[in-house]
Design a binder for this molecule. Structure first.
Ligand code: COS
Length: 382
């Protein structure tokens, strides 16, 4: 049985997110993009937290909103339609490896770092290194066991919230000779002695979110901060990415593409004769293509989110959805920019910004080449 109706609860979250996004985020989006973005929008993050829109997937008993993946995607589409970078920051607090692999004791201990009602912290997924991007298994950060502690060393780069997270999920190897089976995941609080954060990247898009480097020099953490078991780090990273590719890329891409379409419609209505416009097909046919892309990407996001919520293996769909939704977002934003012309470089019709944001969707949470690799392997495996 297939039903596309939202439950009353889902519709309530969608409406709440839409209202907040349009009233509180949209007016700030252009300024956040244009500023030097040294100031992280903490005031907005705290507001999102107060509204229950920051720790979406975290169980309510730990201070989160307890949403499933599908409902989170509805919320994220709304936030992304107002500002994709802010939506992206939110997604990292919602489905961190602590959600996926943390024990109840670890969740009880660490979620207060990100869910505190007044001073919520941000979470970070720290996998990438200067010499290990697409080939995530080549990560060379090390961990060694000393008594009842682990000692971590190494450098991580291109880490979202890397310059300021309260909690990092760090992937490091206990045994380089064991390859992927040596990779292990650890929970590292941001204030751990020996952890030094570098400057954030001055990047082309998603300028309202921060991406940075951090280094670990003999960072000591209790053995109880081991996430999963020794050697399970690679699997935990892949499981996390399977979800993030839907919520951080798919749902963000749908919101971005929707905003690009809506802004283009607004522009055409503002600038064209209302009676002539419907017959000006050079202007209106692109709208049909743009809307088709939004609808198709949304269906893929909803289906994959449903699969994740219902524990249906979703690796292939996650890969397909990631590249389809992000390719669609870039295509739609570029078409919108072409339609709006020079007006598309302004804050009123910010298509140029959406093009820059959309390009990054094709790169993060695994490049679209990696997504095609994951999906095609799944197709061949049947
Ligand atoms: N869930 C659980 N386990 C998974 C999994 C998943 N979604 N995906 C892979 N695994 C397991 C495999 O089953 C395999 O385990 P076994 O050895 O026990 O069979 C193991 O992980 C290795 O998988 P695989 O053989 O596919 O690894 P490869 O090195 O060939 O490929 C890719 C891994 C390239 C897909 C991986 O490195 C990757 O996703 N890279 C991109 C990293 C990325 O997205 N970085 C962005 C970080 S955040 S911006």
């Amino acid at each position: 049985m297939i039903a596309f109706e939202l439950t009353p609860e889902q519709a309530r979250w969608q409406e709440k997110a839409r209202d907040f996004a349009q009233e509180r985020i949209a007016p700030l989006s252009w300024g956040l993009d244009r500023s030097s973005h040294e100031e992280f929008p903490w005031a907005l993050i705290r507001e999102l937290n107060r509204e229950g829109l920051l720790n979406l997937g975290v169980p309510t008993e730990y201070g989160g909103s307890g949403l499933d993946v599908l409902t989170s995607c509805l919320v994220i589409e709304e936030l992304a339609a107002a500002d994709p970078g802010i939506a992206f920051t939110v997604t990292l607090n919602s489905y961190v490896p602590l959600m996926i692999a943390g024990t109840p004791e670890q969740q009880e201990k660490f979620f207060p770092l990100t869910c505190d009602k007044e001073t919520p912290g941000l979470a970070s997924f720290a996998l990438t290194e200067p010499n290990a991007g697409s080939d995530a298994g080549a990560a060379s950060a090390t961990a060694r066991r000393e008594g009842d502690q682990y000692v971590l060393n190494g450098e991580k780069c291109f880490i979202s919230n890397g310059d300021q997270a309260a909690l990092y999920a760090v992937f490091a190897t206990l045994d380089r000779s064991a390859g992927l089976k040596g990779m292990t995941a650890f929970l590292v609080p941001g204030d751990s002695p020996g952890l030094s954060r570098g400057k954030f990247e001055d990047k082309m898009g998603f300028r309202s979110s921060h991406t940075g480097v951090f280094a670990m020099q003999d960072v000591r953490i209790p053995a109880s901060n081991l996430l999963g078991k020794e050697g399970q780090g690679f699997k935990i990273a892949m499981q996390t990415l399977e979800v993030l590719r839907i919520i951080s890329c798919g749902a963000v891409g749908v919101g971005l593409a929707r905003a690009a379409t809506e802004k283009s419609v607004e522009f055409l209505k503002d600038h064209c004769h209302p009676k002539k416009l419907p017959n000006q097909q050079a202007l209106t046919f692109p709208l049909a293509d743009m809307q088709a892309a939004v609808e198709a990407a949304r269906l893929m996001v909803w289906k994959t989110a449903w699969m994740l919520d219902n524990k249906v293996p979703a690796g292939t769909m996650s890969g397909l959805t990631k590249f389809f939704a992000s390719d669609a977002a870039l295509e739609v934003a570029q078409r919108g920019l072409q339609l709006t012309g020079p007006h598309g470089r302004t804050g009123r019709y910010p298509l140029e910004k959406l093009v820059r944001d959309a390009k990054l969707l094709q790169i993060y949470e695994g490049t679209n080449q990696i997504s095609r690799l994951v999906a095609s392997r799944g197709i061949l495996a049947g």
